[in-house]
Ligand binder design. Structure first.
Ligand SMILES: Nc1ncnc2c1ncn2[C@@H]1O[C@H](COP(=O)(O)OP(=O)(O)O)[C@@H](O)[C@H]1O
Ligand SMILES: [Mg+2]
Length: 260
């Protein structure tokens, strides 16, 4: 996608955002969308645009989840405004939240202490999420993991994913022991958490959120820090609920995540 302003955004969202003064982009785009920051008469907004059918489905899901969490939880996430689509693209309009992704913040810190503080704060925020009462309609006895394995099968057959059939067969044969399900983020990497004023504050990129297995979030949260014992300890100090084993980490990070 190019770095010009897409006029469709004004047509679709003009009534909410008013006149656009300028627009800008995040330092690093995600893998599934183009994000545009809009500076307008009515404040600052984010428009997230998706083009391929799988990513458009995920964006719709993200819109639904964001609306639901805004209404039913106190979790720190952007405010949902509107979702629209045309033949070519889907658009999600939400609030622009303060901050930069945790990955960027970790590169900017000037001392180990600041680094460990950020990771402890990340752990504490994830704990808050896993302890949040899920919206009643989300609570189910169905296994999130089984549902994910079905989605993984579908994704493998229909889309270009990193995982392959032998890996999927292995994941189906060797499921970890069942675990109490909680509200989860579902793509809890350090790219999808925003930091401002030295605090890890806001969850973004919510399409995978569900009532699911919290070990998936832990695995993705620690994937870039697990080889650094002090950083890992700082994360777990904030998280405090449990640790995951190497087998569990491998099942979720190098395993299930390869199909999404
Ligand atoms: N509401 C928001 N407020 C501030 N920055 C955001 C917001 N939404 C997205 N971003 C920025 O855009 C980047 C990509 O957004 P993200 O939702 O993670 O897209 P993708 O699904 O493609 O990974 C984020 O890493 C962040 O820098
Ligand atoms: Mg992202």
């Amino acid at each position: 996608m190019n770095k010009s302003f897409n006029p469709v955004i004004l047509e679709q969202f003009g009534a909410i955002i008013g006149k656009v003064h300028s627009f800008s982009f995040p330092k690093r785009q995600g893998a599934t969308s183009e994000v545009i920051f809009l500076h307008t008469d009515n404040g600052q907004f984010v428009c997230k645009v998706a083009q391929t059918s799988l990513y458009r489905e995920w964006l719709l899901e993200e819109a639904r989840i964001m609306k639901h969490w805004n209404e039913e939880t106190n979790l720190p996430i952007p405010t949902f405004y509107q979702f629209v689509e045309n033949n070519d693209e889907s658009y999600l309009l939400m609030s622009l939240e303060n901050g930069i992704p945790l990955r960027e913040a970790l590169l900017k810190v000037e001392s180990d202490k600041e680094r460990y503080d950020l990771l402890e704060c990340f752990g504490a925020l994830l704990k808050q999420l896993h302890e949040t009462k899920p919206p009643t309609s989300w609570v189910t006895k169905e296994s999130w993991l089984d549902e994910q394995l079905e989605k993984a099968t579908y994704n493998l057959q229909n889309y270009d994913v990193d995982g392959d059939q032998p890996l999927l067969d292995n994941l189906k044969r060797h499921k970890p022991v069942p675990f109490e399900q909680t509200l989860i983020h579902g793509d809890c990497t350090i790219d999808n958490i925003l930091v401002s004023n030295g605090r890890v504050r806001t969850f973004i990129d919510l399409a995978g959120s569900a009532f699911g297995d919290p070990r998936y979030d832990i695995a993705l949260a620690i994937r870039s820090i697990r080889n650094n014992e002090k950083m890992l300890n700082a994360f777990y100090k904030g998280y405090g609920l449990r640790t995951i084993t190497k087998e569990e980490f491998d099942y979720f990070d190098g395993g299930l995540y390869e199909f999404f």
